[in-house]
Design a protein around this ligand. Structure first.
Ligand SMILES: [Zn+2]
Length: 213
């Protein structure tokens, strides 16, 4: 077992850099980064019983019922013996209760970013129309404006990155997670980290709040 074994939940609005931070923690401490999206993808690719059950709902454009989500999450968390970083789960109080009953969570880290900053960052995203590589005109600029460094393709804004669509996603995020955040705050498990700073500073603030070295 690792010295710094921890089970944590990472909560953050789109644009907060949650994926980047999860990756840094995974590299440093070996905690497995677990997102429900990846779990479904992997189970469907491997055609597991759970993957096939979930696929029926996904193919119909329906939400996968909690029953299957729980089984798929439980299976992954049971295997994450060196600790895990749970990302995108729990989203509601049913899911919180499921976690409470089955796993011990040491910390819940909330990456806090004002909505307007999130909008600004997401509206700065660009994708190469040809090779699909990601850019961001604030943080990850191409060498030549509007042109992909790798293939010379045109950089475009994704259809779902209009301000209106972004604000809708942010609203949905708040509606879904507010109660979950409140719950963990009441339990004394919540640490809030300022996500409006450079990647390395956010990382340092997280590990300080987790109390790991
Ligand atoms: Zn390209």
């Amino acid at each position: 077992m690792l010295v710094n074994k921890m089970n944590i939940i990472l909560i953050g609005i789109q644009g907060s850099g949650k994926g980047t931070q999860a990756k840094l923690l995974n590299e440093k401490y070996g905690w497995e980064h677990i997102t429900t999206g990846d779990l479904f993808r992997r189970n469907i690719e491997a055609a597991t019983e759970l993957g096939l059950a979930a696929k029926k709902f996904i193919d119909k454009g329906e939400l996968v019922p909690d029953k299957y989500v729980f089984l798929i999450v439980k299976d992954a968390l049971d295997k994450a013996v060196d600790g895990f970083i749970l990302d995108g789960f729990p989203r509601n109080m049913e899911q919180v209760r499921f976690l409470q009953e089955n796993f011990s969570i040491q910390r819940v880290v909330l990456l806090e970013l004002p909505d307007n900053k999130a909008v600004e960052r997401l509206m700065a995203r660009r994708n190469c129309a040809v090779c699909k590589r990601d850019y961001n005109i604030l943080f990850k600029k191409p060498q030549k404006e509007g042109v992909c460094d790798v293939c010379g393709g045109e950089l475009v804004i994704r259809d779902d990155d209009t301000e209106e669509a972004i604000r809708k996603r942010i609203e949905k995020f708040h509606n879904e997670t507010n109660r979950v955040i409140e719950y963990y705050a009441e339990k004394g498990l919540l640490s809030t980290v300022n996500a409006d700073q450079p990647v390395e500073s956010i990382h340092n603030e997280i590990i300080t709040k987790l109390g790991v070295e």
